[in-house]
Write a protein that binds this ligand. Structure first.
Ligand code: 3HC
Length: 685
């Protein structure tokens, strides 16, 4: 048996070196009379995890990946792939071009190209249907989600599943067994059994589904075309069609956006000025203060990652309610088949409800998620300072308050920082990690590492009102409200935003979050005589009428019982008209273009100010925050990546025009934005 080992850390991406190496090793193996078969195995943590994404957009140096797989397909000796870790994208395509695939039990196999705005471009759309059938192949390629080794075996994607210990041992053992059985299968390209008789209606159904669910996206539609070609055309013609469709995806701006989003998620973990070897602290046990919706969701994040969490509240009733909500949440997940009953109990057992702060004495980190009041939070931090062991990290989940003022309530401000989770905390991937003036490097590095451990995208930000995400959201909200006051309807604003690609419009989102939250804050400020408090607006009128949003089945929209579909409500239109009359505003027709510009350009202008002030270190941090916390369409890359596609010059000019025509601090142009426009340089890189 000849063994070909691919060794290209960290993930054995199939870059130029790997491609040439594979061809050279294949040639040598085929010429070697001592080798009756060849085994491809990878060193390190994984099988090949795909084509080398860093090479995209540059001319592909030969041998190209399609050339490599064609050579494997035509090999005159059996070639077997031994898969461990993840065989993804071009990596799985290499394996698909082998005669057989042996997977370690823990391996995962998938074609995730769709997540990068692509389709499998090295035969994946042609070979996968030949192994698993067109319907399953479409499911796998359209979702991009991998399957486990056992499922791959059941589907016919893998020929054997082995225990290990190493991929080499497993590969050699299985290959020798399979070869001894003497049934060397045909190359996958020559197999037609699983695609013969595919119902053509499958493709029409998929197209209709996509038109409804993913109308914005380019590559899924091409994936259906490519898989259809696999069942309607001979292999060579199907492959040529796949190539054509792959190149069209490669040229699409969505591919550039999605790849920016892929790297953004990884880039934010590397904080400028914070060396990768910064010492971190062990986090084995955490505490969460406050068993409300937020605190409960945060405790779940830790339990989901196997980290015990002490959940503290001031009253037994609140604690019981919080724990019951957590259980309901887990049980709902179990009903959907995503957790077993035993896993629900395991996670519940990791959450220890208590009324006593003393139970936090040995916690390595405590997240406070109590009522949003400086007085309350400072009192909690004084108690934590007295109770927690030296070196414990004290974090606040505040979304609006000054983290430095909270830290000042303790004798250890170097151990204090913000961990701003987004609701629902157990679902949303974003975590703003708020670095206070005195937060130590080791505390920041520990919490960034912890964010990854609990499956979050941690982004470091500085202290200011609303931090990065909400500060930008506030500007979009202000413009959305102003547009409605001037004559647009909430439905129009929401439609423009969903057409842009947001999953929800601004007012649907307000209904989801609850109108009462903002109303109570505004009321407090008005009562306190805050000179910057805004006069009551039509949203306040809705809240006064008990229209809090989805939770009361009525807010900016109305909702049928049990439904989340917003339905425009004439009562709201009347409230808006009365509000305009009270303010002496004669409504005018507002164009969709104006809605788009005012909502999105105000966001870009604020983002540029955040960069100027150093609250976010890099544009990519802002992109990641909006991608993972607010549903910014990933195929647009992120707010500032998109701003460059839109044209910084155009945005700067429009911001200046609105500053002249509308005024207000939100339209004061950012100096950085003006400078980028003047110098013709991008703001997003
Ligand atoms: N090309 C280049 N670099 C890659 C890469 C790829 N395909 N996949 C991962 N990397 C890099 C990451 O950027 C990261 O770099 P960094 O350390 O400098 O930040 C490093 O490898 C480690 O990646 P992760 O931090 O993501 O490590 P994880 O262990 O969490 O995850 C993974 C590993 C599951 C392989 C994940 O990286 C992943 O999903 N990668 C992308 C896989 C993919 O999309 N493949 C398809 C590519 S397109 C294709 O193959 C086209 C073909 O059909 C022609």
């Amino acid at each position: 048996m000849g063994v070909i080992t691919v060794d290209y850390p960290p993930v054995n991406a199939v870059g130029h070196g790997v491609r040439s190496g594979l061809v050279a090793a294949l040639d040598a193996g085929l010429a070697d009379d001592g080798a009756d078969a060849l085994l491809i195995v990878c060193a390190g943590r994984t099988f090949m995890a795909g084509a080398d994404i860093r090479e995209f957009g540059k001319p592909s140096a030969p041998p190209t990946l399609p050339e490599v797989v064609a050579r494997l397909d035509a090999a005159t000796k059996p070639v077997i792939a031994a898969i461990h870790g993840t065989a993804l994208g071009g990596g799985l395509e290499v394996a698909l071009a082998c005669h057989m695939r042996v997977a370690l039990k823990s391996a995962k196999l998938g074609l995730p190209e769709v997540k990068l705005g692509l389709l499998p471009g090295a035969g994946g759309t042609q070979r996968l249907p030949r192994l698993v059938g067109a319907a399953k192949a479409l499911d796998m390629i359209l979702s991009g989600d991998p399957v486990g080794a056992e499922e791959a075996l059941a589907l016919g994607l893998a020929d054997a599943v082995e225990d290990g210990p190493s991929p080499l041992d497993a590969g050699l053992r299985a290959a020798e067994r399979l070869l001894a059985e003497g049934n060397i299968p045909q190359p996958v390209s020559a197999r037609t059994g699983r695609i013969a008789g595919t119902d053509p209606a499958l493709f029409a159904t998929k197209r209709a589904e996509l038109a409804k669910r993913q109308p914005h996206l380019f590559s899924p539609h091409r994936i259906v075309d490519a898989v259809e070609a696999a069942v309607t055309l001979p292999f060579a013609e199907g492959t040529a069609r796949e190539r054509e469709l792959f190149l069209a995806c490669m040229d699409s701006p969505q591919r550039a956006g999605l790849i920016h989003a892929f790297f953004a998620e990884r880039e934010v973990a590397k904080i400028p000025g914070l060396p990768a070897d910064t010492p971190t602290r062990d986090i084995r046990k955490v505490g969460v203060i406050g068993a409300g919706t937020m605190g409960g969701g945060i405790a779940m994040c830790f339990a989901n990652a196997g980290i015990p969490a002490v959940l503290v509240d001031t009253a037994q009733e609140g604690l019981d309610r919080g724990v019951a909500a957590i259980r309901r949440n887990y049980e709902a997940t179990a009903r959907k088949g995503r957790l077993t009953a035993a896993q629900v109990e395991e996670r519940m057992a990791l959450i220890h409800p208590t009324l006593s702060y003393a139970d936090l004495a040995d916690a390595d980190l405590v997240v406070e998620a109590a009522f949003e009041s400086m007085e309350v939070k400072q009192a909690i931090f004084r108690t934590l300072d007295r109770t927690c062991k030296p070196g414990a990290i004290l974090a606040t989940n505040t979304s609006t308050l000054d983290v430095d003022a909270i830290a000042a309530a303790t004798g250890r401000p170097q151990d204090v920082l913000g961990m701003h989770f987004f609701s629902p905390a157990n679902v949303m991937r974003l975590l703003e990690v708020v670095r206070g003036a005195k937060t130590s490097d080791s505390v920041l590095a520990t919490v960034m590492g912890l964010a990854r451990r609990i499956g979050k995208v941690g982004v470091a930000v500085g202290v200011c009102y609303g931090f990065v995400g909400n500060r930008i959201l506030h500007q979009r909200g202000r413009e959305s409200m102003a547009l409605v006051e001037e004559g647009a309807s909430p439905e129009q604003v929401d439609r423009v935003l969903t057409e842009f690609g947001f999953p929800l419009g601004h007012f649907s989102m307000t209904d989801l979050a609850g109108i009462d939250v903002g109303w109570r804050i505004r009321e407090e400020r008005r009562k306190a005589g805050d000179p910057e408090a805004q006069a009551p607006n039509w949203l306040d009128t809705l809240a006064e009428r008990g229209r809090y949003g989805q939770k009361t089945s009525a807010g900016v929209y109305r909702y049928e019982p049990g439904s989340r579909t917003p339905i425009p409500d004439p009562e709201v239109a009347t409230v808006i008209e009365e509000d305009r009359r009270r303010r002496g505003i004669t409504p005018r027709a507002v164009s969709d273009e104006e809605v788009r510009e005012r909502c999105l350009y105000a966001m870009v202008n604020e983002a540029a100010k955040i960069l100027e002030e150093g609250i976010a270190a890099r544009p990519v941090d802002i992109d990641a925050i909006w991608l993972h916390g607010y549903g910014f369409p990933s195929w647009r890359g992120g707010l500032l990546f998109w701003a460059d596609q839109e044209g910084v010059g155009r945005i700067a000019e429009t911001v200046q025009r609105y500053h002249r025509d509308i005024g207000g601090p939100q339209w004061r142009p950012s100096a950085l934005l003006l400078q980028c426009a003047a110098e013709g340089r991008p703001i997003g890189c």
